[in-house]
Design a binder for this molecule. Structure first.
Ligand SMILES: [Zn+2]
Length: 377
């Protein structure tokens, strides 16, 4: 089976069979690997078996002490690095080999989440946004399944919220998520009509407090900046221009081509892929030259990927961002990025000093991610 741990074999194959993709790969990425070893004292061996031994469906460990020690004694780590963005990730063979959640585990977890979300509904202001939230100076935009309001503690001069009609943020259909996106783009237009100097839209969705949301109730953030886009968008725009200047090529299209050549892209007529330098777990990127609110295909893909993550892979908190080109700009694409932010029932944060100041440490194999998505879609 394909795995990020064996990605160097894939790259060697590219070098022999697909020189064009190999050249693009080398222009954007560095990939290397190394093995770490350790000695386990005899006093710790049994505990290591308990912590790391492979388990059957009933939770019984099926490996002997020696088998476990041999497996964890040497750990291969694959390092991926994007030379343009400076982003890099580390994949450990021990983590990458983890099995996905079983159906019963998924059902158990879903019950717990439903309980948690149901409890949080008591006295929820976002359940009655027209009564308990401020509105923009031009009023509210009403979608079929949501309504906008101003952000009471603004991120920026134009910073508002889309309140979903449903309290439960993990419960959304294709129609509902399409309506959230469409309503966001209606708001962007409204702001631009209000003040022509604001032209860079950003759509954000922090799902549940673990992913940075202040409230459990389903809601997305919508922002507009003036001539200078937000820092990360600005940085990517700089890369886009620099890549174009030096190679005469489109950075984002090449990024997609490399992922496609490595077998990490969607089986669909859309530029979607599981990133080999993910910021955190399951990072998925869609590059679109069509405004997402005008593309049913893009909206459908966003919905299917998120549903796959939630229903099939057990994800329960995530971030989604749609960074947009300036109004009327056609060179730069819309970037849709989604990332899993860890289990809400685990108290440890998914991001530590390593992610902030080193490289991202990743457990989910991008090949497992893309194969599960393609199967689901
Ligand atoms: Zn609510």
């Amino acid at each position: 089976m394909d795995s990020i741990i064996n990605i160097e074999d894939k790259i060697n194959k590219l070098q022999k069979k697909d020189k064009e993709s190999y050249k693009l790969f080398k222009a954007i990425f560095n990939v290397s690997s190394a093995s770490g070893t350790m000695k386990i004292p005899s006093t710790f061996r049994e505990k290591v078996r308990l912590y790391f031994g492979k388990k059957d469906h009933e939770g019984n460990i099926t490996e002997s002490v020696n088998e476990v020690i041999e497996r964890i004694g040497t750990q291969k780590v694959v390092k991926t690095y994007n030379k343009w963005t400076g982003s890099g990730s580390l994949f450990n063979s021990l983590r990458a080999g983890r099995p996905g959640m079983r159906e019963e585990e998924l059902q158990d977890q879903k019950k717990k989440i439903d309980e948690y979300i149901h409890k949080s509904g008591e006295g929820c202001d976002f359940c009655q946004p027209e009564i308990y939230t401020p509105e923009d100076i031009f009023g509210r935009i009403k979608g079929k399944y949501c309504i906008t309001g101003a952000n009471i503690a603004k991120y920026d001069a134009w910073s508002s919220i889309i309140f979903f009609n449903k309290h439960n943020p993990l419960d959304f259909t294709q129609d509902e998520i399409s309506d959230y996106i469409d309503t966001g783009f209606k708001w962007f237009k409204k702001v631009k009509n209000q003040d022509k100097s604001f032209k860079f839209p950003l759509f954000l969705w922090n799902c549940l407090p673990k992913a940075g949301a202040s409230q459990v109730h389903g809601h997305a953030q919508i922002l507009m900046t003036d001539n200078i886009p937000y820092a990360k968008t600005q940085f990517l725009r700089k890369i886009f221009r620099e890549y174009m200047r030096l190679t005469g090529r489109n950075y984002f299209k090449d990024l997609y081509k490399v992922h496609k050549a490595l077998g990490l892209s969607l089986d669909a007529d859309i530029m979607g892929f599981a990133n080999i330098t993910p910021l955190k777990e399951k990072e998925f990127i869609i590059i679109s030259y069509q405004n997402p609110s005008k593309s049913d295909e893009v909206k459908k893909t966003i919905h299917r990927v998120l549903r796959c993550y939630i229903d099939r892979m057990g994800m329960n908190s995530f971030n989604l961002a749609i960074s947009c080109p300036a109004f009327g700009e056609s060179m730069y694409p819309y970037l849709i990025q989604m990332v899993d932010r860890g289990n809400i029932f685990k108290s440890t944060a998914d991001i530590g000093a390593m992610e902030l100041y080193g490289s991202s440490v990743i457990a989910d194999d991008p090949y497992y991610v893309i194969n599960t998505i393609n199967e689901f879609i």
